[in-house]
Structure formats: structure tokens, C-alpha cells
Design a protein around this ligand. Sequence first.
Ligand code: SF4
Length: 204
Amino acid sequence: MATAKQRSDAVRARQAGKIKAILQTKRNPLDIESVSNCNACINLSADHVPSEGDPQARIMLVGQSPGATERDRGRPFVGASGELVDQMLFETGIRREDVYITNALKCKPPGNRKGHPTELNLCRKIWLSHELKSVNPEILILVGKDAHQSIVGDKFPFKHCRSVKGASGRTYLSIYHPAYYIRRGVIVDFVMSVSEKLKELLGE
Ligand code: SF4
């Protein structure tokens, strides 16, 4: 009879095989069928939300994970927070379809929990790294502290509208999540602060 260690080694080996197979497939993060085929995370095999927007965008916007509205509509950054993002882009003079919009996790975690570090690492390996390489945005907007933490970790501290230039020349712009402004009833502050900063970064 297999020991507990042998059983857990077998589970790990199966999981590693599954991830290797996914990495060998042709993945399209903009296509719901392609994203839905990913079952790399043991507890996140449902509720996939693909990315959307221009695959050659200058700006990429990344949240941490889809919420219930995103899951229901199958699109990232929709609902009340998405509307604020749209207003901010409009104020900056950018069309939503000209931006690449995604999440660090392509699946909604159950309940209101955050993504686990293992899930975030896996999704980065399978999807986000691939997206960053192929879109190669000049400006990467990290929406909310969780997205900031998931993507840049402790490389620089989180602060609203702080921008940092990475070694590759890419600019990282961290912003508070729009939900924070909605809760406080100060949505104009979000729109104006982020659009002014973006205009400055775009040299306008
Ligand atoms: S969170 Fe990402 S890696 Fe995990 S199952 Fe969903 S798409 Fe795959």
C-alpha cells in the first residue's frame, strides 16, 4: 500500500505533467475557449475570464482576479469599477479597445478570497508572462495593492499613482483599486488623479 508521501509525490507528478501539457499548447489569452481549457490550479477549474483589448497596446491594465460581475459577463474590468476605469481612459483621451486589459489570475477564486501565491505564480507562468512578452506594453498599470503585490512584489512600495521605470524601460504605474473610491464616494478623485498621471507618462 502506498505511503502518504508516495501518494503526495504522485499527485505532484500528475500536476507537473498537466502544467507541462498546458504550456505546450497554443494559448490565446483573448479567447475564452483557450483560457477555459486551463485547469492548472486544482481549486480554480471554473469561472475563467479571458483578457481583452489591443494585443499591441501601449498600455496594459492588470487587476488581481475577476470578481462576480466579471465572471458573469465573461469580461475583465466591467461593472462599477470597470465604468470608472472607462471614465478615466476617456478623460485621458484613450479608447478602452486600445488598451490591453487583464488580471493576474484568469479565474475567479471561490467566495471573496484572494488568489493564493501558488495560483498567482502558476497563472503568471502560463498566461501573464506570455502576455507581457507578446503585448510588450510601455506602461503597465497595476490596479490595486493586490495586483501590485502579485506582479512586482516588494521591488517598490505601493502608493497611488507612483510610477517606476523597470530595467526593460517599461513603466509600472500602481493605482488604488476604483472600488476604494466608489466606497468613499469620491469617484472624480480616481478619474482625475489617474488620468493626469497617465497623460504625464504619455507625454501629453
Ligand atoms: S487561475 Fe490561471 S493558471 Fe489557474 S486555472 Fe485559472 S487560468 Fe489556469
